[in-house]
Design a protein around this ligand. Sequence first.
Ligand SMILES: Cc1cc2nc3c(=O)[nH]c(=O)nc-3n(C[C@H](O)[C@H](O)[C@H](O)COP(=O)(O)O)c2cc1C
Length: 358
Amino acid sequence: MENISRWLDLARWAPSGDNSQPWDVRFEEHTDALVFRISVKKDSIRTVFDQVFHGSYVSLGTFSQNLVLLAEAEGYFCTKIDVLTEVGQPATFVLTFRQELSHGSKIWKKPIEELIRHRRVTRYPYQVKPLDPEILEALQVSLSEFPEIRFSYLESPYHELASLFFKLDKFRYRHSLAYNQFLDELRTETEFQRTQDGLALKSLGTPLPAQWFLLLLRRFRWLHFLIHLGVGAVMAYLGGYFLIVRSGAIGALCASSNSPLSWFRFGMAFQKVWLSAVDEGLAFQPMGTPLLVYSAVAVNDTDHFSPRDRQELQEISKSMLDRFKIDLEKPCVFFRIGKTSKVAPDSARKPMPPLERA
Ligand SMILES: Cc1cc2nc3c(=O)[nH]c(=O)nc-3n(C[C@H](O)[C@H](O)[C@H](O)COP(=O)(O)O)c2cc1C
């Protein structure tokens, strides 16, 4: 029981979209197995962009990958993942672990606990010189237990990809009022320390002026008109275009189907490759929000998006498919990898509630 609480306490250092940390965990101990029921926390659905829970499933997957690796280090292997579904409710993923002889899993250079605890998003420009192909191959190999997920690297220069992201990001800022719940949940550092809830502004990684702007927007929603006057384009340039072209390599992960389990396993794979990059001494940043947001919801959401919006997204989605063979209708994410001497700041986590037995 002590071990389980320690695993969960470490697993919560997993990455999650907007640092939402949507995991709810219940635990059962059987004579021959440990069973974890991992589902989406009741109060964590906060944006129009996660109505079908895809982003949350990815985050449950990153969390579960941590759990799998921590358990493996102590001789427990995840032998089964079941999915429980109920109409209108998010799926629950049931992970069964059994004590078994070693499965010959990946050998890490650094202790896995250290990797899990110190993995961070690094949102700085990286050295642009190409990375050692052997290291890149090692990242690819780390995903061998996910045969359904395609891993690829893009050819540099990355201007074309950066332009598509720029369009997606501008779209996102233009619709940031659809993010009303997101703005409601924003917390300054002091507020976060006091409430231990909401989205800690610091961990979103936006530059300081953009953080001030978001706080102003939270207070005075009418200031949104500034986005249309070019502020959105500046934010999209600095937070997307500029960083993409300053990367050592750009990778992509794509899954071939769209079920809750695919999104969940996609999250597991995503975390595995991220930890592998950290193990190789590389900095890493997902460029995932626009893809997850728009592929999953916006194209079909007639309540929040106009026909013109949807047409714009469909055009972007077509370019992604034609140019990069990335199908936005399925789980996919891009990420920047590179070397940098800058140290990413620690991000915030909510405490794990006391362990509940199912
Ligand atoms: C599905 C997913 C998508 C993400 N997309 C982005 C992104 O587009 N840009 C970014 O800087 N971080 C992105 N992140 C990283 C989260 O913002 C980050 O994990 C969270 O703020 C906690 O910070 P930490 O990972 O440094 O602990 C993403 C994370 C996940 C799981």
